[in-house]
Write a protein that binds this ligand. Sequence first.
Ligand code: SF4
Length: 287
Amino acid sequence: MTDVTRQDLKTEQPINWCPGCGNFGILRALQDALVDLKLPREKYLVVTGIGCHGKLFNYINTNGFHGIHGRVLPFATGAKLANHDLIVLGFAGDGDQYDEGIGHFPHAARRNIDVKLFTHSNKVYGLTTGQTAPTSPQGYKSKTSPRGSIPMPINPLVLALASNASFVARGFVGDVKHLKELSKAAIQHKGFALVDILQVCITFNRTQTWKFYRDRVYKLEEEKHDPTDLKQAIERSQETGDRIPIGIFYQKERPVYRASLPQLREQALVREPIQPKGLDTLLREFT
Ligand code: SF4
């Protein structure tokens, strides 16, 4: 079997993200990570939600499932439990995941469902033309908060850490090489992995721009951060303002959810023989 190339992972769909959108960096990092890991395409599944990020489904030539708003994690969880031989990669917008899909997030983390979640955190609803998102900073002005957003933003990293996530990282689209390495580490991690990605929406977010991040982002690994230390991870993940850390905040191996399910120990559910019963028999059993 020959290795998959980046060319193999491209599709013929014209890319219609706005020129300069940070989503290009996420697509590129993903393709490069999959090429580096030499993963045959049939080994993994890409699940996306609704939003500009969701178009990634059209631009990567792999198995894919384009779901509905906020439901990347339920679909990814179902796919993983049905066929745990698949590597399941979820891609969600920050509005998609931390607003509509917020309820699924801590539970996937605490269960240690072995899926990898990449969130496109552009702090705005891009596809629906620029409404305030749950990650928008306080005071953020948009058509839905013309006087400035009132509530505090959600901090997904702190939420993931408080939910016992076993891998928590943040990347930045302005450093594709670094994001590729984070993506590889997440894919290779056994258990739930979050990579929250600082993604620039050049069209609707005029505050969190390329320059804004370039002036503030720094790498945890260059500051002797210990990713096995939960307390340090929580402290670092609360840094905002002039310095914004990227890298692996926390990583700890612990048993994945399916390992405790006896029916999944032998083999993946999809490989179990199906012994269909007649409808009459089933109805008799349940009446
Ligand atoms: Fe990217 Fe924003 Fe354009 Fe959507 S609206 S494609 S997030 S720049």
